[in-house]
Design a protein around this ligand. Structure first.
Ligand code: NAP
Length: 315
């Protein structure tokens, strides 16, 4: 079949969604492997009319200008902070994302981190594995009780609300902050009031110019002494250096699925802190979720290439 255009997919994707593109005659170039260097991205994107990038790929004006025929950037994520949206708009390139399908999986991982930090699960696993477990003791690895604890959600969107639902099942009291109050059965507080009253603060806003370093030194130290920070949104929301300091006495712990920088380099001080539980950006990593994200990215991409409005547009 004669190719009707090249689509660059920057990592292999689970499931069979890419077959839909091949069946329609597109030449699908999938980069195999864990890393795609900047240099390789710039080279591989040449001649593409469609691009499916992951959160690892910085898609800026330089990348777009390497592919003058590029019509659509179909992000394999709900977050789009890795794409220069203004540059895309200026070039008439559509940008789409995958909202909704990853909400439940990401909320699950948020609870997993919350439980791991509050009940010191990672420390406990380490303790047992190292052969230190020699007796039961009433004061061994005491953690935070969740029932009755206040969970402060920053950014009460899809994932924030899914986390709230789960927290309620654990008997937690939910409060939230965001740009505007919503018709929800939880108290809406200012960010300052939320930080001062929450036992656990969980971040769920997108990373934008406004939210960059939202949790700066001042705000981290404005959290209640002995409280917990969870971040499954974006690393750039938190001042990492200040967080390391806060974890050395002020906070009980932190659960981080995302970091700044990301990945966190080997030997980073956060890895040495027993009260920091870090996962490698696996918020949406349920198999079915990742398959559905691929289907959604392909649907969005095809819609643009076939002259239809994409179901999940950003630009
Ligand atoms: P969403 O439904 O758009 O919710 C985002 C919420 O943040 C909205 O309630 C929004 O308020 C609020 N918000 C936006 N800007 C704000 C600001 N400046 N100050 C305070 N609140 C602000 O998005 P979502 O689907 O829940 O996803 C949230 C983020 O999670 C994504 O952007 C992505 O970066 C991250 N994420 C991470 C993973 C992972 O693998 N770890 C997976 C999925 C998503 P309004 O309601 O007023 O707009």
């Amino acid at each position: 079949m004669l190719s009707v255009g090249k689509i660059l997919v920057t990592r292999s994707l689970p499931g069979s969604a890419l077959e839909h593109l091949r069946e329609r005659g597109y030449r699908v170039e999938v980069h195999e492997g864990l890393f795609l260097s900047r240099e390789d991205l710039l080279k591989k994107v040449e001649g593409a009319i469609g691009l499916i990038p992951t959160v690892e790929d910085r898609v800026d004006a330089e990348v777009m200008d390497r592919a003058p025929g590029l019509k659509v950037i179909a992000c394999y994520s709900v977050g789009v902070d890795h794409v220069d949206l203004e540059a895309a708009k200026a070039r008439g390139i559509r940008v789409t994302h995958t909202p909704g399908v990853l909400t439940e999986a990401t909320a699950d991982l948020t609870l997993a981190l919350l439980l791991a930090v509050a009940r010191r699960v990672a420390e406990g696993v380490d303790y047992a594995r190292k052969g230190l477990w020699q007796a039961w003791h009433p004061e061994l690895l005491l953690g935070m009780d969740l029932e009755g604890a206040t969970l402060g959600i920053v950014g009460m969107g899809r994932i924030g609300q899914a986390v709230a639902k789960r927290a309620e099942a654990f008997g937690m009291r939910v409060v939230y902050t965001g740009r505007t109050p919503k018709p929800l059965p939880y108290p809406y507080l200012s960010l300052e009031a939320l930080l001062a009253t929450s036992d656990i603060v969980s971040l769920h806003t997108p990373l934008t110019l406004e939210t960059h370093r939202l949790m700066n030194r001042e705000r981290l130290f404005a959290m209640k002494p002995g409280s917990i920070l969870i971040n499954t949104a974006r690393g750039g929301l938190v001042d990492t250096e200040a967080l390391v300091e806060a974890l050395r006495g002020h906070l009980f712990g932190a659960g981080l699925d995302v970091t700044d920088p990301e990945p966190l380099p080997r030997g980073h001080p956060l890895y040495a802190l027993p009260n920091a539980v870090i996962t490698p950006h696996i918020g949406s990593a349920g198999r079915r979720t990742r398959e559905r994200m691929a289907e959604m990215a392909v649907e969005n991409l095809l819609a643009v290439l076939e002259g239809r409005e994409p179901p999940n547009p950003v630009v």
